[in-house]
Design a protein around this ligand. Structure first.
Ligand SMILES: [Zn+2]
Length: 133
């Protein structure tokens, strides 16, 4: 029997190569045909785990910013929240959160804009009838 590793001639009764100690036998790969009889390599159905990425973080920031914008610094937080929500919409986990952030920020901006328009009489009075009265 020929050793697969060092090609040393060994007695057929030997279990290990006398020269290098390599295991002799049928389970070792055959000389000259290393892949013969081996199972073909199946393409591993690898699906990358959806990790929390920058888009998800943007979605969270967008939602939080939009929510905070209803109470403080709406002129900054609502637009930032809207932008972050739009970015975060493409995230893996925060799609719902991003939609909520977009709605909140747009509503927040609209209400403030309407308040300003109302305060300075920039719109005809009938527009606000039933809203502010
Ligand atoms: Zn050997």
């Amino acid at each position: 029997m020929i050793c697969n590793r060092c090609h040393c001639e060994n007695p057929d009764t030997s279990k290990f190569c006398k020269a290098c100690g390599h295991l002799l036998g049928e389970d070792a790969p055959q000389q000259g045909a290393p892949n013969a009889g081996a199972a073909p390599q199946m393409p591993y159905p690898y699906t990358p785990a959806k990790r929390v990425g920058i888009l998800d973080i943007c979605g969270i920031i967008g939602f939080v910013g939009s929510t905070l914008g209803w109470f403080v610094a709406w002129a900054i937080l609502c637009p930032v929240g809207l932008i972050c929500s739009i970015i975060g919409f493409r995230g893996h986990y925060t799609r719902g959160l991003s939609v909520a952030g977009m709605v909140l920020s747009i509503l927040g901006i609209l209400i403030r804009v309407m308040e300003v328009l109302y305060r300075y009489n920039l719109l005809p009075a009938w527009v606000f009838q039933g809203v502010f009265h």
